[in-house]
Design a protein around this ligand. Structure first.
Ligand code: HEC
Length: 149
């Protein structure tokens, strides 16, 4: 060790420092991702509780089919994933005009609706989730192009 030239030691030290820094950085990003992941799971869980209490009776669970009350299923066989988040939020808070979907504005907070939507989205295929996320981002364009059903 003593007879190694200083320049070699310095270079070695720098390589080690860079190695440690990159390891720390990647560990931090894993922790960051895990935190985001945990926050999403928490949101979905809370949404599941709210859904059971408020929506399940009419819309049914993941395996629901269109039922006698006319409430459509929110699973991957339903139509919910065709609509952007702001439109779904509006229907949940204010009811669906001309339909039998009751308004929930006085029973749910603004934070509850994203939780319910996060829960319902766990029933969609990855492709449906991607499409619906795009549709939500392009909401204005979607509204312009939407044809009456
Ligand atoms: C009393 C029965 C009932 C309850 C309770 C109910 N809904 Fe509905 N919902 C309906 C009916 C019926 C429709 C269809 C209305 C229409 O298309 O005209 C509907 C439509 C919807 C739609 C639009 C159609 C679709 O598939 O996207 C959404 C979104 C929705 N409901 C979400 C919810 C959520 C979230 C809850 C709980 C907070 C809830 N509903 C509670 C009866 C209900």
């Amino acid at each position: 060790m003593a007879d190694l030239p200083c320049s070699v030691l310095v270079r070695g030290g720098m390589v080690l420092a860079i190695f440690v820094a990159t390891q720390v950085m990647s560990a931090c990003s894993v922790i960051g991702e895990n935190r985001a992941e945990a926050a999403t799971r928490q949101l979905e869980f809370r949404g599941g509780e709210l859904y059971s209490r408020n929506c399940l009776g009419c819309h049914g669970d993941r395996d629901a089919l269109i039922n006698a009350s006319g409430a459509p299923p929110h699973n991957e066989h339903g139509h919910t994933w065709h609509h952007p988040d702001p439109q779904l939020t509006d229907w949940i808070l204010h009811g669906k005009p001309g339909g039998r979907m009751p308004p929930y504005g006085d029973r749910l907070t603004n934070d509850d609706v994203p939780a319910i939507l996060a829960f319902v989205k766990t029933w969609w295929t990855p492709e449906q989730r991607r499409t619906q996320a795009d549709v939500s981002r392009n909401y204005d364009e979607f509204m312009r192009d939407e044809q009456p059903e």
